[in-house]
Design a protein around this ligand. Structure first.
Ligand SMILES: [Zn+2]
Length: 343
C-alpha cells in the first residue's frame, strides 16, 4: 500500500476539484427576502411553465423575464405560452434577427417588427453576444456593435419605452490565451466555442468601446448591461460607465462568482449603485441556483462554492450581506422602474 496514495501519473487538471477544508457557519436561504424579479433568464425549450411557476413560488421569485422571446411566429408562441397563462409572472423580450443585416431595408423592417412586438406585449429588447462576435455582413466582415444600421432599432426601443438588454463581450478570460495562466482553463478547454482570443475576434476593449458609443448616442433609450456589462472583473471600470451614462443599468446574472471573490468591493459597489443594479440569474430553472444567489446577497457566509464551481476558476466566494433597503431595490424596485408593465 502506497501511503502517500500517489499514482504513477499526476492528475489531469480537468479532474482536479479541490474541496475547501474550512469549516464555517452556513446560512440556508430558501427564499428571497423580498419578492424578486429575475430580470435575466431564458425560458429554454424543455421547461414546463407550471413547474417553473412552482419553483418561482418556492423561491419567492415574482417575475421571470424571458430574454429569449425571439421574433416572428416563435415570439407569438412564446407570448401565448407564458403571458397567456401567467400574465403577471413572466415578461418576454424581443430579439432582433441581426443575421438579416445585409438585406435591403433591414433597419425599416426590424423597426416595424419591433413596433408590432411591442403591440403584442413584449417588455424589452434583448441583444445576444453574437453582435460583435459572430454576426457577419454579406461580404463576411464582422458587424460592429456600433453599426449605424442598428441605430433605428435602439432609437425606436427608446420611443416605445422598452429597455435594451445587451450582452456584449464576455468574461475576460475568454479573450485571453488558453495557457496555464487562464483562470477559466477547464471551462474553455471543454468548451472552445467560448474562446474569443485571436485574430478572428475584436478585442474586449473594442467591443466595450463600441457598446459605450451606442449608449452615448441614444440617451433616451434605457440600456441594461448584462453580466455587469462584462466588466465584473473590474468594478471601477463598470462604475465609470454607470457614472458616464444615466441611461445605463447593469444586471449581475452569472457573475456571482466574480463578485463574491472580492466581497468587500462588490458590497461597496452594490451599495453605491443600488439604484442601477438588477437581480438576474441567467440560470434557467433551478431552485439550488436561486438559493446560491440569495445566500450571496443576503448573508455574510464565507468560503462558499459558487454555483457552477469550478467552471469559473478555483476559488470560493463570500456573501455580501446587503442592507434591506438595497435588497429591495436590487430584487425588484429597479427592474420595475426600467422594464415596463411589471407588477
Ligand atoms: Zn443570458
Amino acid at each position: 500500500m502506497n501511503h502517500s496514495n500517489r499514482s504513477e501519473e499526476p492528475l489531469s487538471i480537468l479532474q482536479y476539484r479541490p474541496q475547501a477544508q474550512a469549516r464555517v457557519p452556513v446560512t440556508e436561504v430558501f427564499q428571497a427576502k423580498y419578492p424578486a424579479i429575475d430580470a435575466h433568464n431564458h425560458f429554454v425549450s424543455g421547461l414546463d411553465v407550471e413547474r417553473v411557476v412552482e419553483h418561482m413560488d418556492a423561491c419567492n421569485i415574482r417575475t421571470f423575464v424571458d430574454l429569449s422571446g425571439g421574433n416572428g411566429d416563435q415570439l407569438k408562441r412564446r407570448l401565448d405560452m407564458l403571458k397567456g397563462r401567467h400574465p403577471a409572472r413572466f415578461a418576454v423580450f424581443f430579439v432582433p434577427d441581426f443575421k438579416r443585416i445585409g438585406e435591403r431595408c433591414f433597419s425599416e423592417s426590424v423597426v416595424c417588427e419591433l413596433e408590432q412586438a411591442a403591440g403584442l406585449g413584449v417588455q424589452g429588447v434583448k441583444v445576444y453576444k453574437e453582435l460583435g462576435l459572430s454576426v457577419r455582413d454579406k461580404d463576411g466582415t464582422l458587424v460592429h456593435v456600433n453599426d449605424p444600421r442598428l441605430w433605428p432599432i435602439w432609437q425606436t426601443a427608446g420611443e416605445l419605452g422598452l429597455p435594451v438588454l445587451m450582452h456584449i463581450a464576455d468574461p475576460w478570460a475568454y479573450f485571453a490565451p488558453l495557457d496555464e495562466r487562464n483562470e477559466r482553463y477547464i471551462q474553455l478547454y471543454r468548451d472552445p466555442a467560448r474562446h474569443f482570443y485571436g485574430a478572428d475576434y475584436p478585442s474586449l476593449q473594442q467591443l466595450l468601446e463600441e457598446r459605450d458609443e451606442v449608449i452615448e448616442r441614444h440617451p433616451a433609450t434605457q440600456f441594461i448591461g448584462a453580466h455587469i456589462g462584462s466588466q465584473a472583473e473590474d468594478l471601477a471600470a463598470a462604475a465609470a460607465v454607470l457614472n458616464r451614462y444615466p441611461n445605463y443599468t447593469v444586471d449581475f446574472s452569472a457573475r456571482v462568482a466574480e463578485l463574491g471573490r472580492k466581497p468587500r468591493q462588490a458590497r461597496e459597489f452594490c451599495i453605491k449603485y443600488q439604484d442601477r443594479i438588477l437581480f438576474g440569474t441567467d440560470g434557467l430553472d433551478d431552485p439550488v441556483m436561486y438559493r446560491s444567489y440569495f445566500r450571496f446577497l443576503e448573508t455574510a457566509d464565507e468560503c462558499m462554492e459558487y454555483y457552477m464551481y469550478p467552471n469559473h476558476g478555483f476559488f470560493t466566494i463570500s456573501g455580501i450581506d446587503l442592507p434591506d433597503e438595497v435588497l429591495r431595490k436590487v430584487y425588484a424596485a429597479n427592474a420595475c422602474r426600467i422594464i415596463p408593465h411589471l407588477r
